[in-house]
Design a protein around this ligand. Structure first.
Ligand SMILES: *Cc1c(COP(=O)(O)O)cnc(C)c1O
Length: 435
């Protein structure tokens, strides 16, 4: 593609994108089949039942090629139940990347544990496998990994460390439904995986979550934590569903040990069953579209694709929240924020500094007294003090200067994608106007 000098829209030039291609980005994709499934639940009045949910779980477990799947009311609940199932309790420690959504880590505090945050790798934006082992201490029970923005974590070294050191692995796959690591689905490597299925995620069914595992004991513990109606005691909503066989859990049938109600609204489950049928084909089209976009920017300085090398057998799944790796030093030091401003002026409306703010600096992990005990919750249960200040996790702390959000194309429309490519090429080629 030839680039010429043009006046940037930031300074009154003609914007590259006059009419945003809403249809390219619209999400979730809702068909008459989704609508019929949802209306069916509404008309039958079975929003609080579990029959459709259990069908959805069976189908999702098959999709994951795992024996157990348990739906939850959201991804946050799924992560908390998974942590509890893995034995996390008062005084314990988990390891989690700092650069992620708060729900990957914060539920540990509600279990009386603390979080030892690890840095991320600047290319994958996932936990840096080299920053795990040194954080493992006597009270470390589990490692939470996040396949960030669909990019699979480097699971081979991660699992090697975890197995050797005897800690559990929880995969937060909220960004990575359908992502592959070396040909195998993310979510099947660790002891248990938990995920969000809220309406913005790449598997979008409203407000819902899911837990998957190959371990029956962990599955039963998740049931015991948040699904009182499925522990084997008949209720109006669930006549008999004797999931609990574990003798340690059996005495508590009929109440949730987490004092939590994680049942998902069946309107979401019904939509989930329909979405699942089309999901593999939908993410294949997204992959084609996103790769088409990035292939046409590959020669530019300053901006690199956040994606997996082709030929590795790994994929980005549904490319949730796609990111570009921004390198100010290749663009004369132009700040990430200013670059994004120039992109928005060209009509790329959602271009902004990307990623998530690092969690290790958030006051909730330093001072919050959640249990009203007169001391910070991260210390109140005898935890080791692993609080980290500024300067400790440099890659995570620079995230708002080093990544930008890029358009999330849901359809392979090369002509329309090319318009967005042109906008990015224009700003990079003419970046000297901004300096
Ligand atoms: C969205 C998200 C969650 C939480 O899921 P909810 O369904 O919103 O509760 C957890 N972890 C990550 C990485 C997420 O992006």
């Amino acid at each position: 593609m030839s680039d010429s000098k043009q006046k940037l829209a930031l300074y009154g030039g003609r914007p590259e994108i006059c009419e945003p291609a809403e249809a390219l980005f619209h999400w979730p994709i809702v068909t008459p089949e989704d609508e019929a499934a949802v209306l069916g639940v509404l008309r039958a009045g079975t929003m609080s039942g579990t029959e459709i949910t259990r069908q959805f779980e069976t189908e999702f477990a098959d999709y994951m090629e795992l024996p157990f799947a348990l739906a939850t009311c959201n991804g946050t609940a799924a992560i908390q139940a998974a942590l509890w199932a893995c034995g996390i309790g008062a005084g314990d420690e988990i390891i989690c990347p700092s650069m992620t959504y708060w729900a990957s880590a914060l539920p540990a505090l509600m279990l009386g544990a603390t979080v030892n945050f690890a840095d991320i790798d600047a290319r994958s934006l996932c936990i840096d496998p080299a920053d795990i082992e040194g954080r493992i201490g006597a009270r470390t029970k589990a490692l939470v990994v996040v396949h960030y923005a669909g990019h699979p974590c480097d699971m081979d070294p991660i699992m090697e460390i975890a197995r050797r050191r005897g800690i559990m692995v929880i995969e937060d796959m909220s960004h990575a439904h359908g992502s592959l690591y070396k040909g195998t689905k993310c979510g099947t490597f660790g002891d248990i995986a938990a995920m969000s299925m809220m309406a913005g995620k790449s598997f979008p069914i409203g407000e819902a979550g899911m837990i998957v595992t190959g371990n029956r004991q962990l599955y039963e513990r998740c049931v015991a934590f948040g699904h009182y109606e499925r522990t084997g005691v008949a209720t109006r909503w669930n006549r008999q569903d004797g999931l609990i066989t574990d003798p340690e859990l059996a005495p508590y049938r009929g109440v949730p040990l987490g004092a939590a109600k994680h049942r998902v609204n069946q309107i979401c489950s019904a939509m989930g069953r329909v979405q699942l049928k089309r999901y593999p084909q939908r993410i294949e089209e997204i992959q084609q579209a996103m790769n088409c976009f990035w292939d046409q920017l590959a020669d530019l300085p300053g901006l690199k694709a956040h994606r997996i090398e082709s030929g590795s057998g790994s994929t980005m799944g549904g490319w949730y929240y796609p990111q570009g790796l921004y390198r100010a030093e290749e663009l004369g030091g132009l700040s990430c924020a200013r670059f994004c401003e120039a992109m928005r002026a060209e009509g790329v409306s959602d271009c902004a500094p990307g990623g998530n703010d690092p969690l290790h600096l958030h006051p909730v992990f330093h001072n919050a007294d959640i249990f009203h005990m007169g001391q910070p919750t991260v210390l109140a249960f005898g935890q080791r003090d692993v609080r980290q200040g500024r300067g400790t996790l440099p890659v995570s702390e620079r995230i708002r200067e080093s990544v930008v959000t890029v358009p999330w194309f849901k359809h392979y429309e090369p002509e329309q994608i090319r318009i967005y490519v042109r906008a990015f090429r224009k700003v990079v080629t003419n970046h000297d106007q901004i300096l």
